[in-house]
Write a protein that binds this ligand. Sequence first.
Ligand SMILES: C[S@@+](CC[C@H](N)C(=O)[O-])C[C@H]1O[C@@H](n2cnc3c(N)ncnc32)[C@H](O)[C@@H]1O
Length: 290
Amino acid sequence: MSEREPHSEPLSDREFNFTINDFDRIRQLIRAHAGIFLGESKFDLVYGRLARRLRATGIRKFSDYLKLLEGGDQREWQAFTNALTTNHTAFFREPHHFELLSEQLRGIKGRNPIVLWCSAASSGEEAYSMAITTVEAFGSWSPGVNIIASDIDTEVLETAKRGIYPAERVSRIEPERLERYFTKATGPNGPQVQVKEEIRRLVSFRQINLLQPHWPIRAPLDAIFCRNVMIYFDRETQLQVLQRFAPLLHRDGLLYAGHSERFSQAEAYFRLRGKTVYELAPALRQGITT
Ligand SMILES: C[S@@+](CC[C@H](N)C(=O)[O-])C[C@H]1O[C@@H](n2cnc3c(N)ncnc32)[C@H](O)[C@@H]1O
C-alpha cells in the first residue's frame, strides 16, 4: 500500500469503489466551497462520511456522485458539506474567553445595541455560553445584547435552534448554572437538557459560509467569535476572512480565536491582545469611529 493510500481495510472490502482520484476531487471541491483543507490522511474518514451519502441517494459509484455535485445539485451540495464538517464543540469551551467577554461587556455597558457574532457556531453550545455570559455580566435576563450565530452546516444549526442536548454535554457545567439556564427532560436516548427559552431568545441562528462573497451581518460588532474553524483553512483563506472581519468591528471590538489559531499573517488588521484574543491593529483603531 502506498503512503497515499492509508486504508484500514482492503479496497475490495469497501461497499463502494473509492479511488485516490475521487478523494482528490472531493478535497478540491470542499476546499473551494468551504475553505476546508482535508489532508491526505483523511481518506478513510471521507470515504466513511460520504458512503452514507451514496446510500442515501442510491448512487453506486463515487464518480457518479461527483457528477451530481459537479452538475450543481444544491441539496446534495449542502448534504456533502454537512457530511465533511467537523463539529466538535462544548459549553464554555476555552473558559478564559468567557471571562474576558464578561469583562468586555461590563466595559461597554449602556452601548445600544451590543452585537456579538458567533461565526462557526456548530450545534449552539458556544453561542448559548455567550448568551449566559451576557445575562450574568449584566445581571439581567434582558441584557440588551444581540447574538448572531452562524455556521455553514445546516444540520448542526437545526440542533442549535432546538437547544436540546444529551445530559452528558452539560456534565461540566456548575450545578447553579445548570439549574438556572437549563430544563431537564428525558429523550428517546436517555436524559436530556434544553437551554431555557430566556437564553435561546437572545440568539438568532442563520446559515453563513465564511467564504461566501457577502455576509448578511451589519457592522458594528462588539465581538466576533471565530474559534476552531480557521484551523481548517489555509493561511491565505484565513487572511481573506480576517480582512473582512476587521471593518465589521467597533474600534474596541475583539476577535476571539481558537486555542491553536495564530493569525500573524494578518498583523495589518489584528494585533494579539491576550491568549488567542485579538484587537484591531492600531492604525485601524484610529481610523474607525465607534
Ligand atoms: C470544530 S467546530 C467549532 C465550533 C465552535 N466554534 C467551537 O470552537 O467550539 C467548526 C465549525 O465550523 C464550521 N465551518 C466549517 N467551515 C465553515 C465555513 N466555511 N463557514 C462557516 N462555518 C464553517 C463547521 O460546520 C463546524 O460547525
